[in-house]
Design a protein around this ligand. Structure first.
Ligand code: PGA
Length: 241
């Protein structure tokens, strides 16, 4: 089964959250479906989503607790019922200045609280055009996972999201995505042996119902991280079919 993860970003009011889960309540899913709403909607989402959809967070602190105004600790996210957390989404890197060093601490802390981590990496358009894509994503992977030596099976997931494809309507071709995923698979295997080779690799960046099948048919693409198209119940269900 493929893993389809909706990243709602800073969208969906409470009434929209309720409407989404009402519309999806009786659906059957052929693929595994996860959703990351705004953190304050995690509890509501959990109570409405039922057992079929796992709920997670879009970010977490690298600390356990303390004077970090505005942050959410992995322990509290876990308490609230989150199953997973996105770490290092390109918007966190670009808008909030998060760097690999901090992101590796976030990933390690989340894993230590048994949250699955979806570690996000990807190149900018300038980096792709200057043929640096593979070097950039491998560096993000190595530095971002530094200090992580093991994890409970299935808890570490990597999402390849080319920055130029996020929210732009420009999607990587299946061949472009597969090339990067194959390189990431090899890199993870080199880093962690067989457990590295088993890490699920998601593609993200303008995934829509009309391009998902071709992307998901690539050998090293194990699922999708979806922004815009995950906000509409019908599109999300179509992706999960
Ligand atoms: P998009 O966003 O599907 O709207 O391009 C993907 C993401 O940011 O994870």
């Amino acid at each position: 089964m493929k893993l389809i993860v909706g990243n709602w970003k800073m969208n969906q009011t409470l009434s929209q959250v309720k409407a989404f889960f009402e519309a999806t309540a009786h659906a059957s899913y052929k693929q595994t479906a996860w959703i990351a709403p705004q953190a304050l909607h995690i509890s509501t989402s959990l109570s409405l989503a039922g057992a079929k959809i796992k709920i997670g967070a879009q970010n977490c602190s690298e600390h356990d607790s303390g004077a970090f105004t505005g942050e959410n600790s992995p322990a509290s996210l876990k308490d609230a019922g989150a199953s997973f957390v996105l770490v290092g989404h390109s918007e966190r890197r670009q808008i909030f200045g998060e760097q690999n060093k901090t992101l590796s601490l976030k990933a390690a802390k989340a894993l230590s609280h048994k949250l699955a981590v979806i570690f996000c990496i990807g190149e900018t358009l300038a980096e792709r055009e200057s043929n640096q894509t593979l070097a950039v994503v491998k560096k993000q992977l190595r530095e971002g996972l530094e200090g992580i030596s093991s994890w409970d099976e299935g808890l570490l997931i990597v999402a390849y999201e080319p920055v130029w494809a996020i929210g732009t309507g420009k999607v990587a071709t299946p061949a472009q995505a597969q090339e990067v995923h194959a390189a990431l698979r090899a890199e993870l295997k080199e880093m962690y042996g067989e457990s590295g080779a088993k890490v699920r690799l998601l593609y993200g960046g303008s995934v829509k119902p009309d391009n998902v099948v071709e992307l998901m048919s690539q050998r090293d693409i194990d699922g999708a991280l979806v922004g815009g198209a995950s906000l509409k119940a019908n599109d999300f269900l179509a992706l999960c079919q």
